[in-house]
Design a protein around this ligand. Sequence first.
Ligand SMILES: [Zn+2]
Length: 493
Amino acid sequence: MGQISPQSKKITEKFFPENEEILNTTPALLKKKGFTDYEELIAFLNNLVAKHPQKIQLSFIGESQKGKKIPMVRLTNPNSSEKIKVWMQGGLHGNESASTEGMLYLLDRLLNDESYTSLLNDIDLAIVPMANIDGYLKVDRYAANGLDLNRDQTKLMAPESVVLKQAYTNFNPEVGVDFHEYTPYRKDYATLSDFGVTALYDAMFLYSGNLNVPKNLRQITDTLFVENARKILDENKLKHHPYISTTKVNGETHFSHGSVSARSSATNYALTNAIATLIEVRGVGLGRTSFKRRINVTFLIAISYLKTASQNQQLVKLAIEKASQQKNDVVVTSVRAVYKDKVDFIDLDTNEIIALEVTLRDALKSKPDIVRKRPIAYLIDENQKEIIEKLKILGAEIEQLTEDTEITVETFQIDEYDRSSVTYEKMNQQTVTVKLTEEKKNFKKGTFKISMNQRRSNIILEVLEPEAPNSFVSFGVLETSKGALLPIYRILN
Ligand SMILES: [Zn+2]
């Protein structure tokens, strides 16, 4: 009951009253219906550039599949201060409208409201407000070819994924925030309580529990950046929770908590040794209901991240430097902690808050499963152009051997092989186990060499270690078969 229908007036009034303080400064807020369209987006950005040419630059990072140029803006105050680089994006899923509108609202306030303009003194900010333009214009989650751009950040199969990742890599931020909205009326919520439930939280914070993300960065993300944002939401009487989402396990509804997955932005950014968070605002399917409230939540969190970055510039930079020198083992696969806990919902029968006991699968309490020694470098055969191209987009620094060289390496031989019969993101995933053998091998001049002594080493190992869930082997970027030797080698010392 009520699951697919729009939110009742009672619930809106009791739990999510519209915010009346947000000003009508963005294209969608200036009209009664619908969301910002492409022409309005470009006109809005051009207008900001015309008014503030010293502070904001507009560029186009590439094109959507339907040929729409994707805008990115860079903002800072012109001065000689040292800056911390912050990346923000909205609209990666095209049906999460308040994420784009929240970014436009943020831009307007940073440039036109004196209570915020000084934030740009020591911040260099890049914003891609409408990352998935084709999806956004149809209010559809997916890109034009049906791919989910937040599952495509290691295999890089959609053109938008390539240009977004290239822009991210070129900008090289210390802090990355990806703004989304979540679905408060999920089909499986209909089966909870007597007549179903809806989600209670204005915002959920998704940050990485991936064990290859250096621990100090995971800690700063949670205890400083997310914590400061939680406090701002509390002060504004907005409800929040760590990210949870339902998943079916043997026919039973469980709740995933946090994320470890390198194919999605929060973990993907974090694996480049950055402070990273994905923000989920309660909104998918609500149309314009509580729209200003959702824009306000997005805006408050964005401002909080900018303030925290600005006030902790040195701390963050030193932490990233320290993280980039880590030598710990590689966690190829990990297992989530599974336990029961209570989560609050809104009961659709009584319109009251109800605490339900649910099974959580907690990524933030993951345990290592397959672990191996961190290599000092990987070698890749010279003919593997596609792999090398994707590694470069992910930001890897790559050298080539200048002469034929004999090197002791570990080789990967495929031991067990399975190809899924079910497609996921338009491909049939490969699952493998490998046999590692140490041997002395002759490598030809031109063989690619990727040193692990670089800031992005953690994203590199997530795509090169074959059994890792988002590796090039898992997603078929590198096709293989039982018994095959992979063209990837590990140098241990
Ligand atoms: Zn989303």
